[in-house]
Write a protein that binds this ligand. Structure first.
Ligand SMILES: C[S@@+](CC[C@H](N)C(=O)[O-])C[C@H]1O[C@@H](n2cnc3c(N)ncnc32)[C@H](O)[C@@H]1O
Length: 239
């Protein structure tokens, strides 16, 4: 706990003001949107994509994870439910949600996925569920997730990337909100242009969600290649 307090003091001092599209949750939660409706939208610990994430983390033997954005910290409770011992930290830009998590005794801090308050390689996995579509682009967030992760960036999309990018902004409850469809091939080129990327893999969840695994250069890479039973798409920097 003392370590967490020092950490908060060190890293929470220089928060940038949130962009208009990042204020949707702070403005709506507990006003136009109840926590229980938000909870229903996000899906509980038994949601397929969350279960797949936990199984993957367990299978790979990851020891630390940053969950950004943590939202209602559903995945924290998922780890507890499954008895998975992992160093967990939630990050969210919405002060109300951070206060709610802290009240429940969950390690969580305020922060922006585009400029995470951590040194390089701090967490074995950076986990980002249902967020990139809500930003005005994915590049800054993915770059920072790759910087902070030492072994993998695990991204769950709720809108499948397609061939053509569609930036879709609208006003929902009077507040700007993005729901973008990104270009799959552009995402692939972007992650492969990062020298830290080793491999990537798309994992289909169902008609709604899809997971992107970005595997990073790491001493343990050989270990997981032998361990995993799925086809691995090799990084090809000539793309
Ligand atoms: C759809 S919810 C997903 C929450 C969680 N990942 C889940 O799947 O349960 C989106 C979350 O993103 C947070 N958020 C929005 N913009 C953010 C940003 N730039 N950095 C960090 N969190 C952000 C919101 O506060 C909200 O909690």
């Amino acid at each position: 706990m003392r370590n967490l307090s020092c950490f908060l003091l060190l890293f929470c001092g220089d928060l940038h003001p949130a962009e208009e599209y990042e204020l949707w949750w702070e403005k709506n939660i507990n006003n136009t949107l109840s926590i229980s409706t938000f909870d229903e939208w996000l899906g509980d610990i038994h949601s397929t994509s969350r279960v797949l994430m936990r199984r993957h983390v367990q299978k790979m033997g990851y020891r630390s994870i940053v969950d950004v954005p943590a939202g209602l910290c559903t995945d924290y409770f998922g780890f507890k439910h499954d008895g998975i011992a992992i160093e967990y930290l939630g990050v969210d830009i919405t002060p109300k949600l951070v206060a709610r998590g802290l009240n429940q005794g969950i390690p969580i801090i305020e922060g922006d996925i585009k400029s995470l308050p951590f040194p390089d390689n701090r967490y074995e996995v950076c986990y980002a569920r249902h967020i990139l579509e809500h930003l005005n682009g994915y590049e800054e967030a993915i770059s920072d997730l790759i910087r902070v992760a030492s072994r993998e960036v695990f991204i769950t999309f709720f809108i499948h990337p397609q061939e053509k990018e569609v930036i879709n902004s609208s006003y929902s409850f009077g507040q700007l909100l993005y729901g973008n469809t990104y270009s799959k091939s552009n995402i692939e080129k972007f992650i492969l242009s990062n020298p830290k990327t080793s491999d990537f893999e798309w994992e289909y969840v169902d008609g709604r969600e899809i997971i992107l695994h970005i595997y990073l250069n790491s001493a343990n890479l050989v270990e997981w290649r032998i361990y995993r039973d799925k086809t691995v798409i090799r990084a090809d920097r000539s793309l």
